[in-house]
Design a protein around this ligand. Structure first.
Ligand code: C5P
Length: 224
């Protein structure tokens, strides 16, 4: 039954390693993956392409409701995202899109519009969901809730490397400022602010390898 498919909610600020860890955990368990940040980024991108104003909640909610997206992977397993049939894999990851996503994510009607779409990812054998409010709003009954953190400096360094590997060139200083701005906006917004669920376990990934953090999550999951 769909309702009973277990969920591992992994929340945290940008650059904490959520995306990478969520993917590794999903692969290790053979579970589905929900990258909820990509949905907010896609709303921002779709709004931009259609010329919709980032200040019109009703139009943005409509964009969110009618989002035509496909997530898949190419032959070597790399993620591929299509918006209305067009490959937007790179556009989705730019800092500019991230900043716009954070602005549209502060609009309650957009969050409501994406709620059911996100819940639809809860399918057997299980789901690893990565975002800001997976454990607090979208999957409050998740079997496992993890809040992944890392120091601001380390998060900026990681984002820098990630973008560089994708061929996108951004200065580290600009990235740090951008991350701090985004953290502030995500934590201070009135709707679904970034915060750990009361029953979440906090995991600090500073100075720890991807393998070590993934293993900690898998150990926690195996405990229950
Ligand atoms: O995780 P990612 O950097 O892709 O998310 C982009 C933006 O989308 C975040 O800064 C945040 O404002 C928003 N977001 C959100 N709730 C989620 C996931 C992302 O508000 N569950």
């Amino acid at each position: 039954m769909t309702e009973s498919a277990p969920v591992i909610a992994i929340d945290g600020p940008s650059g904490s390693g959520k995306g990478t860890i969520a993917r590794r955990v999903a692969d290790a368990l053979g579970w589905h993956l929900l990258d909820s940040g990509a949905l907010y980024r896609l709303v921002a991108l779709a709004a931009e392409k259609s010329g919709a104003s980032l200040h019109d909640p009703e139009v943005l909610a409509q964009v969110a409701r009618t989002l035509d997206v496909e997530f898949d992977s190419n032959e070597d397993g790399a993620e591929r995202i299509r918006l209305s049939g067009k490959d937007v894999t790179l556009d989705v990851r730019t800092e500019e899109t991230g900043a716009r996503a954070s602005a549209v994510a502060a609009i309650p009607a957009v969050r409501t519009a994406l709620l059911e779409r996100q819940r639809g990812f809860q399918q057997p054998p299980g789901l690893v969901a990565d975002g800001r409010d997976m454990g607090t709003q979208v999957f409050p009954d998740a079997r496992h809730k993890i809040f992944l953190t890392a120091s601001a400096e380390e998060r900026a360094r990681r984002r820098h490397k990630q973008l560089k590997d994708k061929g996108l060139d951004v200065s580290l200083a600009a990235l740090s400022r951008d991350i701090e701005d985004r953290d502030r906006r995500d934590s201070e917004r009135s709707v679904a602010p970034l915060r750990p669920a009361e029953d979440a376990r906090i995991l600090d990934s500073s100075g720890r390898s991807i393998e070590a953090v993934t293993q900690t999550v898998l150990d926690w999951v195996a405990e229950r």
